[in-house]
Design a protein around this ligand. Structure first.
Ligand SMILES: [Fe+2]
Length: 241
């Protein structure tokens, strides 16, 4: 079974599922592809107009979705988190309870942007670590400052951070540079987990079975289990990686 720690299934709060019907459809696809634990990670990204903080409507929509999934007898554990656009105030916003980590663990899901640079990212990551967090960095392979120098991942891991790559990057959906950077990260054992980062049903979908088989075939079945079950469970259960 698979644990997906990065999804935009929570409805009506960002550029993911538009309504509860779409969210349920996405969950169905997710479950069908072998996922039985999923973290909802709506964007906190003020520059894109996503100002989701802890509270309404996140909490009521989360409950509504859990109840709807229950009614459909879906065997899936649904957890709450956020995908946080990193900035210098991120550690403070987490500590004050305005933002949340993945399922209340010490692991926040942190996203950089296309305009960031390595120095700024390192400063923000250091600040988060000094506040006791272990950042999980979402899909760095998709950002130019990273894919032009993917070895900076070694510095991030040394700081105490972890790397999540996105399913679609491995299949070339985000271009050849993202694909090369993903391959580099996998070949050098720098990846902590692979997630869907699903936004809908047409592309960036919740389907995970194909990437599980891809990793099983190209690396090993043990690697697939580690990256899509064991490590994601350690994160959501707040255990050490
Ligand atoms: Fe995302």
């Amino acid at each position: 079974m698979i644990t997906d720690i990065h999804s935009h299934i929570l409805f009506g709060v960002d550029d993911g599922a538009k309504d509860i019907e779409k969210a349920i459809e996405m969950l169905r696809v997710s479950v069908k592809s072998g996922v039985n634990r999923v973290v909802l990670t709506p964007h906190y990204n003020p520059s894109y107009g996503y100002n989701n903080i802890v509270g309404e409507p996140l909490v009521s929509r989360y409950k509504e979705l859990c109840e709807a999934a229950d009614k459909e007898n879906m065997s899936v554990e649904i957890m709450l988190g956020m995908e946080i656009r990193a900035d210098y105030d991120t550690a403070k916003l987490l500590s004050s309870g305005k933002l949340i980590t993945l399922n209340g663990s010490k692991y926040p899901l942190i996203e950089f942007s296309h305009t960031d640079n390595a120095k700024k990212c390192e400063e923000i990551l250091k600040e988060l670590v000094s506040h006791g967090y272990s950042p999980v960095i979402a899909h760095p392979e998709r950002f130019p400052f990273f894919f032009s120098q993917p070895w900076i991942a070694y510095d991030w891991l040394e700081l105490g951070c972890h790397i999540q790559i996105t399913r679609g990057s491995l299949f070339g959906s985000f271009g050849s540079s993202a694909k090369s950077a993903s391959d580099y990260l996998l070949e050098n054992s720098l990846v902590c987990c692979i997630a869907s980062d699903c936004h809908g049903l047409n592309h960036r979908t919740p389907y995970m079975d194909d990437v599980y088989r891809y990793i099983s075939d190209t690396i090993s079945p043990e690697a697939a289990r580690l990256l899509m079950r064991v490590n994601p469970d350690r994160i959501t259960d707040n255990k050490e990686l």
